[in-house]
Ligand binder design. Structure first.
Ligand SMILES: NC(=O)c1ccc[n+]([C@@H]2O[C@H](COP(=O)([O-])OP(=O)(O)OC[C@H]3O[C@@H](n4cnc5c(N)ncnc54)[C@H](OP(=O)(O)O)[C@@H]3O)[C@@H](O)[C@H]2O)c1
Length: 279
């Protein structure tokens, strides 16, 4: 979750809540890279805190409280007001919607960021690029649905830019850069080409995935429902962007985002290893 206290100028201060988390660490880096005085909210360390959290604490220079004028809820996924999902994922989307509605009812200025799929996170899940010995790759459904894979650093750069942009007050920004729209099958073929390996494709039909979503325990039922929604339903590109929609790469053409193609080049030499999100 991230808040900005003024619009437009670089005198804005950025407060990141959840800064010790997976997205939060990228967000702090993006904010600093873009030159904003950056504040983080972190909960105190305890004897059970993970080493990554302790490292994150060690790395943060500032902690503070500020006055907020813009609220950016920690969504970083679908455009929650458009589309539907299997029940376990839908419940998560409904929670995010409740936060949107409460924000609007309270009259708080906001920007909602529909980041779509975080690329490093899902490339790891789909292709296991750090595991050179792995010979199989799972194809969810027929593998033809298009998804939008946005690199985490770009998601956070766009988010920080939008947080101080007067054009995005009380708007949704959708991250759908043309170079990041790809099907599972095309992604696998691209990876085979770059890694110079032929992978055995193990297909899981949609019915099996729906069944898993009904019987798996929490939070695995959410994870499989997300996979169904993104990779089988292709929900992220099922709606057309209209004239009133704000698409990030159009809004900020100066930012050279990392295309999926280039990210796979990076993965060949140094694949990021994300951690699983907690639900
Ligand atoms: N689109 C995608 O592909 C994708 C992929 C991954 C995540 N996401 C989305 O990104 C968002 C962030 O996920 P994440 O993976 O970064 O989560 P995460 O790693 O679990 O991090 C959550 C952060 O929030 C903090 N936090 C949780 N509850 C809090 C509370 N009650 N008070 C204060 N701080 C609290 C945690 O602090 P502590 O360290 O103190 O616990 C941690 O810093 C979620 O909305 C998730 O759905 C999207």
């Amino acid at each position: 979750m991230m808040m900005a206290d003024k619009e437009e100028s670089k005198s804005c201060r950025i407060l990141v809540i959840g800064a010790t988390g997976y997205v939060g660490k990228y967000m702090v880096k993006a904010s600093i890279c873009l030159g904003y005085p950056t504040f983080v909210y972190v909960r105190p360390l305890s004897s059970t805190s993970s080493s990554s959290k302790q490292e994150a604490h060690g790395g943060f220079q500032s902690m503070g409280v500020t006055i907020f004028q813009r609220f950016l809820p920690s969504e970083f996924g679908h455009e929650v007001d458009r589309g539907t999902a299997l029940p376990p994922f839908q419940r998560l989307l409904d929670d995010k919607k409740k936060i949107r509605r409460a924000t609007e009812e309270a009259g708080i200025s906001y920007t909602y960021v529909a980041a779509n799929t975080l690329a490093a996170y899902f490339i790891d899940l789909l292709l296991h690029p750090h595991d050179q010995l792995r010979e199989e790759v799972i194809v969810y459904g027929n593998g033809e649905a298009k998804v939008v894979l946005n690199f985490e650093e770009d998601v956070c750069i766009y988010t920080i830019k939008a947080s101080v942009d007067p054009r995005t007050v009380n708007k949704v920004i959708i991250l759908r850069p043309p170079g990041n729209i790809i099907s599972q099958l095309d992604l696998i073929a691209l990876w085979e080409n770059k890694s110079q390996r032929k992978l055995k494709k193990v297909q899981i039909p949609e019915e099996e995935i729906v069944k898993h979503s009904e019987v798996l325990p929490h939070p695995d039922n959410i994870r499989i429902s997300i996979v169904h929604n993104i990779f089988i339903k292709g929900e992220q590109v099922r709606f057309e962007l209209g004239e009133d929609d704000l698409e990030a790469s159009h809004l900020y053409p100066d930012h050279q985002y990392m295309s999926v193609d280039r990210l796979l080049d990076v993965c060949v030499v140094d694949a990021p290893i994300p951690k699983l999100t907690v639900f």
